[in-house]
Design a binder for this molecule. Structure first.
Ligand SMILES: [Mn+2]
Length: 348
């Protein structure tokens, strides 16, 4: 399908969606926990769409926290208005949208059973839920923000500098400048948004000042990294913000000879897990679900995936056992059960 045909199809869908929305009351846009640039930009853009077409404000709600320096700088510099979900009364919103996640996936804090009306996502369709009429799930897209960008295009809406910067940075970071799981629509959006994006703000976002705790965490991560053949396993222990687990998985997969990186850390009673791979044949999204299985939730794409285990024991030894169990399951998945690990750094 050419991009013109794609936008034409999207226009028909978005026209109908906007008609449906305009007949209703207040709009809530919920993103996934510990929001990343993709869901922040998507929410910002969807909110803009509602303002420009049906002249209605929408509230953007999140749970968890934003701890990663890049994401904090993005939200602050681009003035993305976000409200903690816990502070809102969901009954006040006849229209609830969910972006970059789906009901029941475990990475959003919508109370189970709450009706979600509009879903836009690029993760695999959640099998056990009826997503409803307004579920636009496009697994072939590298970024949810690309889908919402096409919504704006389809309605002929002007994209201001802050919005262009947010959308561009979402595609840039999620696909690592189109190098990871980007498709034709993502490439087209990235190239169209590049001239509109504010490069000074992109620089501020990509070079945030970092607290000393960040370097302490990185030091500890390196000390606790083991290598099993082409798999790298890093235990970050207690972390000061949840997104650091994914950040370290991205950082550590760069080691020579490593195909897959697996990072774990615990935060506020939950174990956060992140996997990266350069092997597209692994099917990481389903593999992580088998690893977490009965313990928690997980999901993702071909080359990146994440998971979470709630209510972990408040005891270092039990947490260590849980991490050993997860590592053993992953080793079994990769056919590396007998491999003896070696440390990344020589012990001193
Ligand atoms: Mn995403």
């Amino acid at each position: 399908m050419t991009s013109t045909e794609r936008i034409k199809q999207t226009k028909v869908y978005v026209d109908e969606l906007l008609t449906w929305v305009s007949g209703r009351g207040k709009i809530l846009i919920v993103v996934h926990d510990n929001p990343d640039p993709d869901c922040l930009a998507s929410a910002y853009a969807l909110r803009h769409l509602f303002i420009m077409t049906v002249n209605r404000q929408a509230t953007i709600a999140f749970s968890g926290m934003i701890g990663r320096g890049e994401n904090l700088t993005m939200a602050r510099e681009l003035e993305i208005p976000i409200t903690p979900l816990e502070l809102l009364n969901l009954h006040e919103y006849p229209v609830i949208c969910m972006l970059d996640t789906q009901p029941g996936t475990g990475n959003n804090s919508m109370p189970p059973g709450t009706r979600v009306h509009v879903i836009v996502d690029h993760h695999p369709r959640h099998p056990s839920k009826d997503a409803g009429k307004w579920a636009d799930i496009r697994e072939e897209y590298g970024v949810t923000a690309t889908i919402i960008y096409e919504y704006l295009l389809s309605q002929g809406i002007t994209i201001n500098s802050n919005l262009a910067t947010a959308l561009f940075y979402a595609i840039k970071s999620e696909t690592q400048d189109l190098g990871r799981e980007a498709n034709l629509p993502d490439r087209e959006a990235y190239l169209k948004l590049f001239p509109l994006a504010n490069k000074r703000i992109i620089f501020l976002i990509t070079h945030p000042k970092l607290p000393v705790e960040y370097f302490m965490m990185m030091n500890s991560a390196l000390q606790h990294t083991r290598i099993y053949d082409t798999l790298l396993v890093s235990n970050l222990h207690e972390i000061s913000f949840p997104e650091v687990v994914a950040e370290m998985a991205d950082f550590l997969i760069r080691l020579d000879g490593i195909e897959t990186s697996f990072c774990m850390g615990h935060y506020a009673g939950s174990m956060i897990i992140s996997i990266r791979t350069t092997r597209i044949d692994l099917g990481l999204g389903t593999m992580i679900r088998r690893v977490v299985a009965d313990l928690g939730s997980g999901g993702g794409h071909g080359m990146t995936a994440g998971g979470k285990i709630n209510n972990i024991p408040d005891d270092e030894e039990a947490i260590g056992e849980l991490q050993e169990l997860l590592t053993a399951r992953l080793l079994a998945e990769l056919g590396k059960s007998g491999v003896t690990p070696r440390p990344l750094l020589p012990s001193n």
